[in-house]
Design a protein around this ligand. Structure first.
Ligand code: AHR
Length: 331
């Protein structure tokens, strides 16, 4: 029924010659009534990871595969995501797929989706809502586990060390599940290791430009060169910005100098790890399109998808990498 309503709206748009994006079937005359309509609200394009995540969704939710994808790029603003969801509800899409920028602030709009009987699938990050029935499924990473992988490596890598371990922490978008989990792992470890010292906690907002800016500011304010053992970067783009800032200020990065730790494991970060400038790369898998489709197909068949589905991820050091492995990586 909903599908019919949306298609009627789209068909009317075609008749009126509007630019509402209605597609036609292979004969080019009317919209394909069999398509499952997905309204998708993506955070933005702040990182290489995010771009790979959007591509994975677009590849799966294509017309050839039986979907009409209404893709909205929120340009890193929660209010844009909320507006997009309300528009999807008005359009009576079949499913809403939401990558929430941060965990809080979703109760009202997801309640509206529930009242319109539109299942919501949370992807990548979580939404911290009082009523779990406001979303049908969540598919993404276990960010606390990712942080724990990084911290475990720090524990074993610096076990023998008697002196203080100086750490700079550059965080991702504050309040996002990825930031909260990765930060929680590091902060808990600092609490329990008396000789780990947090030199600075900076906001890198998951972007290369911001990380470069805050790291440059920090280093410029330090008289001479400070001993920095670890820079814990909450994603690859932060690591690229930090690496550039450190090198410009004369710091040597790698096992014998500043140890950069990063999350995502995009090709670029793995290449910097292979060449020795990044010490540890923890994987965060953006290729979630097929898993989201599985959840939707389960619901199409009248079933209930798993409430939380976490993807398998691993950590890489230089010893684990080869050029061939990086070349065949999908992102
Ligand atoms: O939520 C996943 C995180 O968001 C990725 O680590 C980061 O690159 C992205 O922007």
């Amino acid at each position: 029924m909903k599908r019919m309503f949306l298609l009627a709206v789209l068909a009317l748009g075609l008749v009126l010659g509007s630019a509402c994006g209605a597609r036609t079937n292979s004969q080019g005359d009317s919209p394909n009534e069999e398509l499952i309509v997905i309204g998708m609200s993506q955070v933005g394009a702040e990182s290489d990871w995010r771009v790979a995540n959007s591509e994975s969704m677009k590849a799966v939710f294509s017309e050839e595969n039986g979907y009409r994808l209404l893709f909205n790029d929120a340009r890193q603003k929660q209010e844009n995501q909320i507006t997009a969801i309300r528009r999807f509800i008005q359009q009576q899409v079949d499913y809403i797929v939401l990558m929430p920028i941060s965990e809080s602030g979703w109760d009202s709009v997801l309640q509206e989706a529930k009242e319109a009987s539109i299942p919501v699938i949370l992807v990548d990050r979580m939404a911290d809502v009082e009523d779990e029935s406001l979303y049908a499924a969540h598919i993404g990473s276990d960010f606390l586990r990712e942080g724990t992988l990084a911290v475990n490596w720090m524990e074993s890598g610096f076990r023998e060390r008697g002196e203080t371990l100086g750490i700079i922490h550059i965080q991702g978008t504050l309040g996002s599940t990825a930031q909260l989990g990765r930060t929680a792992a590091l902060e808990a470890a600092i609490e329990t290791h008396g000789h780990w010292e947090l030199l600075a906690q900076l906001d890198g907002d998951f972007t290369q430009a911001k990380a470069y800016e805050v790291m440059t500011d920090y280093l410029s304010g330090v008289p001479g060169q400070r001993r920095i053992d670890v820079v814990y970067c909450e994603n690859d783009n932060i690591a690229f910005g930090a690496l550039q800032a450190l090198e410009e200020q004369g710091y040597r990065c790698g096992r014998e100098g500043v140890n950069i730790i990063t999350f995502d494991a995009t090709r670029g970060a793995l290449a910097e790890c292979l060449n020795g400038k990044i010490s540890l790369v923890v994987e965060c898998n953006p290729l979630l399109g097929p898993l989201v489709e599985e959840a939707i197909q389960t619901m199409e068949a009248g079933g209930t998808p798993e409430k939380h589905r976490y993807v398998e991820e691993q950590a890489f050091t230089q010893e684990d990498l080869t050029e061939a492995l990086i070349a065949c990586r999908e992102y």
